[in-house]
Design a protein. Structure first.
Length: 419
């Protein structure tokens, strides 16, 4: 479990290292890092200039950097004041002048659904035991390494924790995915790699995906013991971190798993990283509907824009092609897997066009054929668009088309329009 943490320490601005304040940094899932400091100054004397970073260290002297801080509120009197800062990132174990100085050589991630997706485990399942005789055997799996390009590699490593008490023995297993780079990864690249993994797992499990923990390492940050270099662990915190959630336990409910793409996984990841960069705009429009709950009309516009961008990028169709024809072409390509859901791609494309145009321009002419829908009907139309977009992406990834039927499990059975 990712637990709330409160870190008491000394804090200062890089522009004024002599003036230091006592304060507490709070880290918890789904919230930005928050720092509350007490300043021995009158409220009117506070410096409210925007800072690129805040430096500090905890009670043990461990360095901490807050990147992109912003004071949310200040309060005080004639002698003492209190400032509440929020920050985009908290970097525990490293002091940086600002975000441009961020450079690491390893990015290690624990992510929701990753362990279940991988199928990697050290639990031996070939010894069922008896009713009164239980045998649990565990052997830590070997690390798997895949080369993505000449500089970037990826590792999958199982981890475990053992807890013993007088009446309980507990062994918990998880999986860590690490990107390794000799040249180094800046903050933007780390964010891109994290999002690429989140997007990949989403198309496998059809759920929002968040990191549980982000750990960094540098080749010049650590200690040497008996001739062996041990890198220091650096933690990266921001509001995207969440707690663990229940995941799929049945393989047949996953759209795909690691075992389906394990052969030459390095090449697969290289292709996927290129894909999310090339199709960043349509994926961004699609994921807006995954990680947010917009009104049905806004969701419809976001999904149709995803198709507009997707088709334009894939088929270089930015000019001279009607949007209706683009939707029809994509629906025709996936018609065998849309049976009973979209049986007439041409008619479906016209409906999508009329709704996209109506909710964009709100012109009554698009209502004359009775195709403009709202409420539950618009929700169902958006479901069809979402399934079609998922099929397009999965096909581009090389996932077998017979898996597309598994996409239907995310559809709602009944829609009720409340008056």
């Amino acid at each position: 479990m990712t637990e709330k943490r409160e870190i008491l320490g000394l804090w200062w601005l890089p522009s004024n290292t002599e003036e230091r304040w006592v304060g507490t940094l709070t880290l918890e899932p789904d919230r930005s890092p928050r720092l509350v400091v007490t300043v021995p100054k009158a409220f009117v004397q506070l410096d409210r200039k925007t800072q690129s970073a805040i430096h500090g260290h905890d009670q043990h002297g461990k360095s901490i950097t807050l990147l992109f801080p912003s004071p949310s509120r200040s309060r005080g009197s004639a002698a003492l004041s209190q400032i509440d800062f929020t920050a985009n990132y908290a970097v525990l174990g490293l002091q940086l002048t600002d975000h441009t100085a961020f450079c690491v050589h390893s990015l290690s991630l624990r992510v929701q659904h990753l362990y279940e997706w991988s199928g990697i485990t050290g639990f031996c399942k070939d010894d069922p035991g008896t009713l009164h005789d239980f045998n649990i055997r565990y052997t830590r799996p070997e690390k798997q390494t895949f080369q993505i390009d000449s500089d970037l590699s990826l590792e999958l490593q199982a981890t475990y924790w053992i807890k013993h008490s007088s009446k309980e023995k507990n062994l918990e297993e998880d999986l860590v995915l690490s990107f390794e780079s000799r040249r180094g990864l800046d903050l933007s690249r780390c964010k891109d790699l994290l999002n690429a993994i989140r997007h990949l797992l989403h198309f496998a499990v059809l759920q929002p995906v968040y990191p549980l923990n982000i750990t960094l390492f540098r080749t010049d940050c650590g200690n040497t013991y008996n001739g062996r270099f041990i890198p220091n662990e650096i933690e990266l915190w921001n509001s995207i971190i969440r707690e663990r959630v229940e995941s799929e336990c049945l393989s047949e409910r996953w759209v795909f798993q690691f075992k389906d793409v394990q052969t030459d996984f390095g090449a697969f990841m290289a292709k996927w990283l290129d894909y999310v960069e090339k199709f960043g705009e349509p994926l961004g429009c699609y994921f807006m509907t995954v990680y947010h709950r917009p009104p049905h009309t806004v969701e419809h516009l976001s999904l149709t824009q995803a198709f507009e961008a997707y088709h334009g990028i894939k088929y270089v169709s930015h000019k001279g092609r009607d949007f209706k024809d683009k939707i029809k072409q994509l629906a025709e390509a996936n018609k065998p897997y849309l049976k009973g859901f979209i049986d007439d791609p041409a008619d479906f494309a016209v409906t999508v066009l009329h709704n996209r145009n109506y909710y964009t321009h709100h012109n009554p002419k698009w209502k004359k054929d009775g195709r403009v829908v709202s409420g539950g009907d618009l929700y169902r139309l958006n479901e069809k668009l979402r399934l079609l977009f998922q099929m397009c992406v999965l096909a581009d990834m090389g996932i077998r088309s017979e898996r597309f039927k598994r996409l239907r499990r995310q559809l709602v059975s009944h829609i009720i329009d409340y008056v």
